[in-house]
Design a protein around this ligand. Sequence first.
Ligand code: ZN
Length: 169
Amino acid sequence: MAILDILHYPDERLRNVARPVARVDADIQRTLDDMLETMYDAQGIGLSATQVDYPGRVVVIDVSEERNQPRFLVNPEIIHRDGMVESQEGCLSIPGYCDTIERAESIRYRALDRDGKAFEDEADGLLAICIQHEIDHLDGKLFIDYLSPLKRQRLHKKYLKLSKQPAAS
Ligand code: ZN
């Protein structure tokens, strides 16, 4: 397995829309395993392919406290949303920023698992929020897109400046 580079906002590649995966083969499985390792290393609870500049619709998630319940979602799709909750979110691609947005409270979704098997399930709580956040990434969308234009402008300026600074050595 390998640790992949996570793209940071305002990298334009975060706006790429990922393509459906035609077949879950050994290449995809290796990508999923690398993404999982990268997510654990960064101490995240979810990571999407778009964030590591991989063009397929794949997501890894682990919302367990013990960090031992990995979930692999290939071609995930939300088929039903219910309710509305305030969600306090951050993102591995926007380090150091958190804000509150609205998400569906519970969802029904379908996907393929790591073996390419189709399944359908329900989620609520943190898992439901995480799935919505990661599927947004696959569509080139970030959680800060839900903020007011003024907040977004300020953030954009701040992160643009940060991205132009030489990395601290
Ligand atoms: Zn994110």
